[in-house]
Write a protein that binds this ligand. Structure first.
Ligand SMILES: [Zn+2]
Length: 230
């Protein structure tokens, strides 16, 4: 039974990213960091005022084997913008990633939508440019591992407080009776960001997954391998 789990860490909290980097590297694993092009402009209360890593940090993370993927310009609620403005914000975000990250390939990347959602025409605009769009499709984060068309939407699940318990329960269900590709969205660790989990919980889950024979891999890497050639 093929089972894969991807961990996406949204919003770019620097202290959490350093811990994630260390926990994953200690197990020879790679994480996915989903980051903003202009976090200093974010109005979201969990991001505004937080210490967010900069492009230099993300270039180092990418060079160390982690995936750094787009999560938006300033974490706007895309459904509250006129469609042309939302599309322009996404295009500006993608241009910044191409400019700032030497290993970033637009057509090979997943866009991780802020608040896990956008209006249909905005999703369609994005899916013509990127390999996949991560959003909430109400499948509890479960996707098939293979057979995705280019521009596919990928489901994900995230956990409000108490996030440790909810994450552990979701992993338990996956290990108990599911197969395929589970895409988890976390934010910060140890009190940082929305729905934080503890670093001890994360470390224990990584060990539990690898001991169970589950492949832990960055979301973009899994989708590149699981996209049908056309
Ligand atoms: Zn976010």
């Amino acid at each position: 039974m093929s089972r894969i789990v991807s961990f996406c860490f949204d919003d770019g909290f620097r202290a959490s990213a350093e811990t994630v980097w260390r926990l994953f590297a200690a197990r020879d694993l790679s994480a996915t960091f989903c980051v903003l092009a202009a976090p200093e402009l974010a109005k979201d209360p969990f991001i505004r005022g937080a210490a967010i890593a900069d492009w230099g940090f993300w270039r180092e993370a990418q060079a160390a084997g982690h995936e750094v993927a787009p999560h938006g310009w300033a974490h706007e609620r895309l459904g509250e913008l006129p469609v042309p403005a939302a599309c322009e914000s996404l295009d500006r975000t993608l241009e910044a990633f191409v400019r700032e990250l030497p290993d970033f390939e637009l057509g090979q990347a997943i866009f991780h939508l802020p608040y896990l959602t956008a209006p249909t025409p905005v999703v369609q605009h994005l899916s013509s440019k990127v390999l996949g769009v991560r959003r909430k499709l109400h499948q509890q984060g479960l996707n098939r591992a293979f057979g995705h068309p280019r521009g596919a939407s990928i489901d994900c699940v995230t956990f409000p407080d108490p996030a440790d318990e909810r994450l552990q329960a979701r992993i338990g269900r996956f290990l108990g009776h599911e197969a395929g590709w589970l895409v988890l969205v976390l934010h910060g660790l140890d009190g940082e960001g929305w729905g934080p989990v503890s670093s001890d919980t994360l470390a224990a889950i990584l060990d539990r997954l690898t001991a169970s024979g589950v492949r832990v891999a960055p979301a973009g890497q899994v989708l590149r391998q699981g996209t049908t050639a056309s």
